[in-house]
Ligand binder design. Structure first.
Ligand code: ASP
Length: 287
């Protein structure tokens, strides 16, 4: 229980040029400090990542949880996933409606069902059965966070990856999806291996135009470049983002490996993120 720990969180790819994001920067710093103190005191990466993503969802400052935007049909359909590296367990919900914390629902899928992903009506019924916190009034609860811009597939989401002192790696991602998405559209975030991945070598959470991350299975692609190609974390992450870019996609990812190395590449105009480095320093950046 004395190993190194490290953590990265993100508040989504894409930033507006004339927006300083002071609230998000302060909030991400506060959460990085929380993550650092949880990991330093020996709490698990699983509990730390769950709590950080829950707070990112609840803040209304990002396009996830409270800050999610409605789809074209006016409904709030949210996606989330979580994965633990040492046992490759994973849980996800897709097009979940009416619950405060999609990441809690994803974790419950992982911990209490034989399945990896529940979608739509089944996901809602499952979350209801577990008595997960509901959104009382959809119109009052959601406060769509500022869209990064008006591109066709504008984005914004949240995620967290961590290495704990026991050497376990965990990744989680939660999103309202791309802005103006069609009803029923599911992005990369809840798809294990595309938007979210963890094994005993690396944990990854992606953000950006999910269709491109689905088409390159980005998160698993990073792990595969390391495992089969012998690339280090930085090179693997950059190559995977370059592949997204080669297809015309925009976004970024955060990753931590089992030594506590961090990577945070992106090809979008900025990516909101905060890092607890293995030496204990905290950095927060948006571009
Ligand atoms: N990747 C997410 C999706 O496509 C959106 C985002 O990261 O902002 O649903």
């Amino acid at each position: 229980m004395t190993g190194a720990y490290a953590l990265v969180l993100h508040g989504g790819a894409g930033v507006l040029a004339d927006h300083g994001y002071p609230e998000q920067i302060a909030h991400m710093r506060k959460l990085a400090e929380l993550g650092k103190s949880m990991l330093a005191s020996g709490e698990s990466a699983l509990d730390t990542v769950t709590e950080i993503v829950r707070q990112l969802e609840a803040s209304g400052l990002y396009v996830a949880g409270k800050g999610a935007s409605p789809n074209k049909a006016g409904r709030y359909e949210l996606d989330a996933a979580i994965m633990t590296g040492h046992d490759r367990k994973a849980g996800a919900v897709a097009a979940l409606t009416g619950f405060v914390s999609p990441v809690h629902a994803a974790r419950a899928v992982m911990e209490t069902t034989p399945h990896v992903m529940l979608a739509g009506r089944g996901a809602d019924a499952f979350a209801m059965q577990l008595n997960l916190e509901r959104v009382d009034s959809v119109n009052d609860y959601y406060t769509p966070a500022a869209a990064p811009d008006d591109r066709a597939m504008a984005t914004g989401t949240v995620g967290c990856v961590a290495l704990d002192r026991a050497g376990n790696l965990v990744a989680a991602t939660s999103t309202g999806g791309t802005l103006n998405k069609m009803e029923g559209r599911i992005g990369d975030c809840p798809v294990i291996g595309s938007g979210t991945w963890a094994d005993n070598q690396v944990a990854i959470s992606c953000t950006g135009q999910g269709e491109y991350f689905l088409r390159t299975a980005t998160a698993k692609d990073v792990a595969a470049r390391m495992a089969y190609g012998g690339l280090d974390l930085a090179a693997a992450c950059q190559a995977s983002i370059d592949e997204v870019g080669a297809l015309g996609g925009e976004g970024g990812l955060i990753a931590v490996d089992r030594q506590g190395n961090i990577a945070q590449p992106f090809n979008s105009p900025g990516m909101k993120r905060a890092v607890v480095h293995a030496d204990g320093t905290i950095t927060v950046d948006i571009d």
